[in-house]
Design a protein around this ligand. Sequence first.
Ligand code: NDP
Length: 284
Amino acid sequence: MAIIIDGNKVAQDIRSEVRRDVGALKEQKGIVPGLAVILVGNAPASKIYVGKKAQDCAEVGFLSREYKLPVAISEEYLLGVIRELNNDKLIHGILVQLPLPRHIHSDKIIEAIDPRKDVDGFHPCNVGRLVTGNPYHASCTPYGIIELLDRSGIEISGKEAVVVGRSNIVGKPMALMLLARNATVTICHTKTKDLAAVTRRADILVAAAGRAAMIKGNMVKDGVVVIDVGTNRLDTGKLVGDVAFAEVAPKASYITPVPGGVGPMTRAMLMKNTLNAALAATSR
Ligand code: NDP
């Protein structure tokens, strides 16, 4: 039976480390890291995420600013808010909660954020720098997965890593980060011909397709490390991952649960990225 990787515990460890480093930064340089979170409209899920981010900021000792803007604001107005925050010395990280209302182009908004303050790691500059190996900030979910692997003592170098999913926020950056750590990486998607044949090769399997329980026991080899990114809400209200946990866990060496695996790490890495942004600002 696999070792279950406790994402809540690792995320708590990371927040404690960030809190410690924030204390030192305040004491030595008088700087408090600041995170601005912008929410347009009032989608219930987004409101919950934004609330949790503010809670995390309070826990680690950041200055936290929330901008709750009405759904009807113009793209130009939102660009103006971002321009102001780009020039605000108290703010080191800017996060725009996605999705945005349809009349606002997310790409344009993300591109307006100063890449050094783009703590989500979504700016094309950071994506490009991830390809070449030195982003200012890496996308929080895959960055959190690398931390989970490292802190569980799992070797990445030389391993066969298979990523199911090729989105810009999870699959692609995940593949790049595993490659940067010297894994041999394969990316799968809906046009992959024999998915099971590919996933069975994996020493490290990252499932990020958003399809409930699609990775079955016969799709993995013995000893595989399984990272389940999927968060799928069943009709019953239950939250499940992309991995059929009961079938896969007995074959795996390590596995992340849903909930309590990757999810908490995404928020923790946002705190880490914001701290890094503040540290970088002190050395400019
Ligand atoms: P997207 O819908 O943007 O991308 C899904 C990807 O999976 C696509 O590349 C798609 O392929 C591929 N895919 C879908 N179905 C299959 C299939 N049957 N076989 C092979 N590939 C498939 O999703 P995201 O990347 O944004 O998110 C993925 C999952 O991770 C979701 O459940 C999401 O909720 C969760 N998530 C969790 C986070 C966390 O913090 N825990 C953070 C972010 C996401 P194609 O490109 O061909 O369409």
